[in-house]
Design a protein around this ligand. Sequence first.
Ligand code: KG4
Length: 338
Amino acid sequence: MSNIILGIESSCDDTSAAVVKDCILLSNVIASQKVHEAYGGVVPELASRAHQQNIVPVVSEAIRQAGISKSQISAIAFTRGPGLPGSLHVGTSFAKGLALALGVPLIDVNHLHGHVLAHFIKDDENTPVPQFPFLCLLISGGNSQIIKVNSPGDMEILGQTIDDAAGEAFDKCAKIMGLPYPGGPVIDRLAKDGDPDRFKFAKPHISDFNYSFSGLKTSFLYTLRDAVKQDPDFVANNICDLAASLQKTIIDILMDKFAKAIKQTGIKTIAIAGGVSANSAIRNAVEDYARRHRITAFIPKRAFTTDNAAMIAVAGHFKFLDHQFMDISEPPFSRVSI
Ligand code: KG4
């Protein structure tokens, strides 16, 4: 029998609901919160208020677009953490209330598992999905991790950032150049017209498969500070080359450790996930690596790189198969590892 899972995501500043039937996507509705743009980052209090406003219409619309009735829903999956506490509370409370009202199981999903399992969102039965185990580079505003995915519920972190995440490196360097938040997509766009070899920035030397991006940020800041002393218009006159060189440095750092992990584990299926996996250069770099080494790469659709409830519903699908349900009295977790 088919399982129909309603997923709810509210960990940060996107309110999203999605319906999947045996991992085949029936709907995925996202209400993004524009209110934060004026502040240069997400304001937690405003985020939870906006979730309160959005959650009922977003869930109703996801059910409507899926063409199902509420009585067909097998279970409710929701993001339990990590994320902003106030934002998580909205999704958690709503998911509990709806599960109680419909008399269906409640499934808690780790948001990071959701990003990794986004590769199992299917258009139809023929959509290819990764074979286990696979290696996933999870790169977002809060994480940079190399994960060995043994099964939907068994993920091992092989390496991770010891300071800033890759997305933070994009966003903080964009801010230094006076670009708007989030800076990652802006840098990606500007880099297309720039020379990636024009400027050199510091790369970290740290052990194992771990990452560090704080040294790069400092090196970027000092390069610009010194250059602006000579030419006040330096940033404006070189913006595309700066964006391209910065992007190349971040991608080189990411790929260096990812390639080492692929070689050492001998795993032949790789994937990328998280907000930064929308970046054109990392997508090209991973595809190119896979082609050269004759391995299989999974690159997510851009819609599934940022926060979305489809990935939560799919992660919920796997837990549903294992009867891993959550007790209605348990709270969300703002901090939790993979
Ligand atoms: O996974 P995500 O939506 O949420 C957080 O972890 O916060 O990731 C957001 C991050 C931001 O740092 C943003 O700048 C980055 O993903 N990002 C990108 C691109 N699109 C989003 N970074 C580089 N290139 C992009 N095209």
